[in-house]
Write a new protein. Structure first.
Length: 178
């Protein structure tokens, strides 16, 4: 029996970002190429996810996507990838003047400290100043922590995708949310 994966698409107008008081000393940095990543970042990712993750990351930089990272007390705490140019993702097409966040992760030691909120907000603030209008994210239905992080920013669910993989074929149904 094929499994059905439910993925929710969230959208945010950059003029409607919610403000949240953070009591941490976050330092954020945006990376635009694989060669710019510090050895400590690469080692922590490899130790957590394995070498295949590094191959994924290289591909993302080749596709001209970017990576924002957060440091807490000089330690690599979390990251999030984003695209800031038109690109066809598996479930939707990013348009000019929009940002798409994906594959955000907080290392266990730093969970519950709003680092994803802070790093996504950091990117949003920079891109709003550049004239960008909309941000997107897609989150699997069972990923409650990510839903909470992006809801804190004001992201609203706009569409639900139902993805079925059966005998090597991928079928996608979608439903708009009012």
């Amino acid at each position: 029996m094929p499994a059905i994966k439910t993925i929710n698409h969230y959208t945010l107008s950059l003029n409607e970002v919610k403000d949240l008081k953070i009591h941490e000393n976050f330092v954020h940095k945006i990376f635009t190429s694989f060669s710019d990543l510090d050895t400590s970042i690469l080692n922590k990712i490899t130790n957590t996810f394995g070498n295949d993750k590094l191959t994924e990351i290289k591909f993302r930089f080749v596709a001209r996507h970017k990576m924002v990272v957060t440091f807490i007390d000089n330690e690599f705490a979390s990251y999030c990838f984003f695209s800031d140019r038109p690109f066809r993702f598996s479930l939707f097409k990013l348009k000019e003047g929009e940002i798409y966040f994906y594959d955000c992760f907080t290392f266990e030691k730093f969970r519950g400290r709003s680092s994803i909120y802070s790093e996504v907000r950091y990117v949003i603030d920079k891109y709003k100043d550049l004239g960008y209008k909309i941000a997107h994210v897609e989150i699997e239905e069972n990923n409650i922590a990510s839903q909470k992080a992006f809801n804190k920013l004001g992201f609203k669910k706009t569409q639900t995708f139902y993805v079925i993989e059966f005998l090597g074929t991928r079928i996608i149904f979608s439903k708009r949310v009012s």
